[in-house]
Design a protein around this ligand. Structure first.
Ligand SMILES: [Zn+2]
Length: 226
């Protein structure tokens, strides 16, 4: 059943408040990788590069606050995180410049879209909506860890499984250098780490940027978040 109100501003779709389709993977990113199958669920693959959209966002939000975040995020990935990083660079110091608030709001928006598109219960995201839409201070109930994706095999990623646009929910964490695993089915639980007291965790890959996001439960003790 279609939602009657905008998922962001909560206005009812009627008259001036027009229903639009918002991309899960922002259009600005799809344009960077036109050859990609945008596939982020085990059961769905999107071949036509129009990507998955969700039609519960009003034109005002979509073309306003959300579009501004996409412009920032798209430019950020294009200028600093677009191409594969060569293996020889694995020990190099690589400097990046990120405007944290804008970046975090962009990631929160993508997460919220993703959860809705997958029909995952995400009422815990409500507290972030004012931050996404307006200049409201960010809640500290989430953490974003960021790293770079470096292909450590001698073969170019394109040769086997190049997926520069990925989102994976509740990825397994390993207590070794393997780090975050994007695979859905892992053969064993060797050295796996459990994050307690979370509503959800996401691993996101855009280009060579990898983000690991933890949404903490509301009453999660501060000590646990460290
Ligand atoms: Zn709206």
């Amino acid at each position: 059943m279609k939602s009657k109100t905008c998922a962001y501003c909560k206005r009812e779709f009627f008259g001036e408040v027009k229903r639009t389709a918002e991309h899960i993977f922002p259009q600005t990113l799809l344009q960077l990788y036109p050859e990609q199958d945008v596939s982020f669920t085990p059961e769905k693959i999107f071949k036509d590069n129009s990507g998955l959209t969700i039609a519960d966002v009003c034109a005002g939000c979509n073309n306003g606050a959300l579009s501004e975040l996409d412009s920032y995020g798209g430019e950020l990935i294009k200028k600093q995180f677009k191409d594969e990083i060569d293996y020889d660079m694995k020990d190099a110091v690589i400097e990046k410049t990120i405007e944290y608030d804008l970046f975090a709001k962009w990631i929160l928006k993508i997460a919220y879209n993703y959860f809705r598109s997958r029909k995952i219960e995400c009422s815990f995201m409500e507290e972030y909506i004012p931050c996404i839409l307006q200049n409201v201070e960010l809640s500290d109930n989430f953490d974003i860890f960021m790293g770079l994706h470096i292909n450590t095999t001698p073969v170019l990623e394109e040769v086997y499984n190049y997926q520069p646009l990925q989102i994976c929910e509740n990825p397994k964490l390993r207590g070794t250098s393997i780090g975050i695993e994007f695979l859905f089915k892992l053969p064993h639980n060797f050295n796996s780490i459990t994050i307690p007291e979370n509503e959800s965790t996401l691993a996101i890959r855009f280009g060579n940027a990898v983000m690991y996001v933890i949404f903490w439960k509301k009453d999660c003790p501060v000590e646990l978040k460290k």
